[in-house]
Design a protein around this ligand. Sequence first.
Ligand code: ADP
Length: 587
Amino acid sequence: MSQATDTEAVDEDGVIESVSGPVVTATDLDARMNDVVYVGDEGLMGEVIEIEGNLTTIQVYEETSGVGPGEPVENTGEPLSVDLGPGMMDSIYDGVQRPLDVLEDKMGTAFLDRGVDAPGIDLEKEWEFTPEVEEGDAVEPGDVVGTVPETVTIEHKVMVPPDYEGGEITTIKSGEFTVEETVAELDSGEEIQMHQEWPVRQARPAGDKETPTEPLVTGQRVQDGLFPLAKGGTAAIPGPFGSGKTVTQQQLAKWSDADIVVYIGCGERGNEMTEVIEDFPELPDPQTGNPLMARTCLIANTSNMPVAARESCIYTGITIAEYYRDMGYDVALMADSTSRWAEAMREISSRLEEMPGEEGYPAYLAASLSEFYERAGKFELINGGEGSISVVGAVSPPGGDFSEPVTQNTLRIVKTFWALDADLAERRHFPSINWNESYSLYKDQLDPWWESNVAGDWSDVRQWAVDVLDEEDELQEIVQLVGKDALPEDQQLTLEVARYLREAWLQQNALHDVDTYCEPEKTYRMLQAIKTFNDEAFEALEASVPVEEIQDVDATPRLNRMGTAEEWNEFIDEIESDLKEQLRALY
Ligand code: ADP
C-alpha cells in the first residue's frame, strides 16, 4: 500500500468513539468517503465507509482487539489505492497489497502482525528502462513511453497514467532507475515514473467493450470442449465443500493461456493458500517453460486474516488486473471464493446495523457482485490497443444449495457456469462439472476460433457429444426402472458410448503429470476417437452383430488411457485403426 510511504497529506486527527470488531467509529475526523485512515495508537490501516455529521465509520483492515475509545485516528486524505509498477508479478500480497514475504522478513512470521506497513512494490530496486518514445513525440494518457523486463516472461510497459493530461515529451531517459525516479517529462509539466497509483474502488478507464471471440484455453477438456470461457469473459464455479472448486481454480491459474494471472485466495483456509504459495513457484508455465510465478500475482487473504481486508482483496486484485490489461495483455483473474467475500460484506454490514437483505446479506450484494464482474471484458484501451480480463469466481454455497443469494446473484451476471456436483465428486468423477447443469453463453461466438484453429467440424463433433450425453440422461431414468438389459440394443450401445464420453473424455485427472493439461488438438482427437468407436459400432450393429460382441472388442477400453498418453497422436491413431479393424472383423 502506497499511503504508508508518502503520507504527506495528513489532515485533522479524530478520536475513536467505539470499536466493534472490524468497525470503528470516530468523532471530529475531517474525512471524505473511502479515505484511508490510521486507527489507534498502533496506526492500524482502515477506510472510511460512512460519514454522518461528526461521526465517521471506518472499516479496519487489521485485528482491532485492544484498541479502545479515546485513541487517535489520523486521516491520509487519500482513497484506498494500489501502487502499480514492475515487481508485481512473482509477488504475494495480502488484501491491501502488503507483500507477504517482505512483511514476513520484517515480522518474522508469515501471517502478519498489526500496524506494520510495507510498500506494494519495491521502491529501492532498480529496473532497466528502455524508452519507446523520443523527445518531441506527443503522448496521451495510456500511451507506452518505455518498457522494463519485469520477469523472464513479462515485459512491463510504462504508461502515461490515465489521469494525466499528456503532451509533448521534453525529456526521456534510458538506463537503470528505481520506480520513483522520473523517466520522462512532458511539456505540460507532468513527470512520469515507472509506478503509478490507482484507487481500487474505481475501474481504470478504458474504451468500449468488444465482443470476445477468442477462448481462454484452459487445457481442461470439459471446459474447453463443452463450456468454453472467452478471453474477457466471466465464469462462476459454484460447488459444495470438497467438490473441487480450489483444484479447478488452480488448474485454470496454472494452465490457461492468459498472459497474466491474478489469483485471489479470499477467505479460504490458510493451508490451502499455503499450498498455492508453495506450489506455484515450483511450477513451469506450459506456454513458455518459464516459472509460472513469472506471470502470476497472488493475493492471499485467508480465513484467519481480518475480515475487512477480505472485502478489499477483490478490489486490489481487479485493479492490478486492469493495469496489466492496459498494457495490452490478456489477464485471467481467479477469486476463490466470492462467497467468503460476500460473507465479509455481510459481517461489516451487520456491524453497521444496516437493514439486511436476503439471508442477512446487505441489500447491495447484487450491485457489488455485478460491479466486480463488470470490470471483466475485452476492451479497446485508451491508447488504442486491446486487452482483456477474464474473471472466474468460485462460489461456495452452504450445503451446496444453489438457491442461496450469492449463487443466484452470480448466475444473473456470469456467462459461463461450471456447476460442480457433490455426487460426481463422491464417485471420484473429476472435474466434477455437471454437464447437464453447466452452460456457456460464449459457445457460438467462439466456434469460429476453434474451427479455424483446431478442427473445421469442432462444433458438430461437440454437438454430437452433447446429444449422446442428453440421450444417456433420458435413458438412465428407464434403466433405473427396468434395468439396462431391457433396453433395445441400439440404446444399450448409446449408453456404452456415453460411458466412454464420461470416463475417457470428461474425466481428467489434475494430479496426473500428463492428463493435468490437455491441449485443444488432443481434446478434439480424443473426442473424435470416441466418435469413431460410435460410428463403427453402430455400423456393426446394423450388420446384425450382437451388442455384447461389440462391447467385447479389446481396443475399446484403451480409449480410457488416451488422457494419460504422452504420445497421444500415435496412441489415438493406433486405437482408431484397431477399433475399425476389430469391429469390421465382426461382420
Ligand atoms: P473445494 O475447494 O470445492 O472444497 P477441492 O478443490 O479442495 O474442493 O477438491 C477436493 C479434492 O477433490 C481434492 O483434494 C482432490 O483430491 C479432488 N479433486 C478435485 N478436482 C480434481 C481433479 N480435477 N482431478 C483430480 N482430483 C480432483
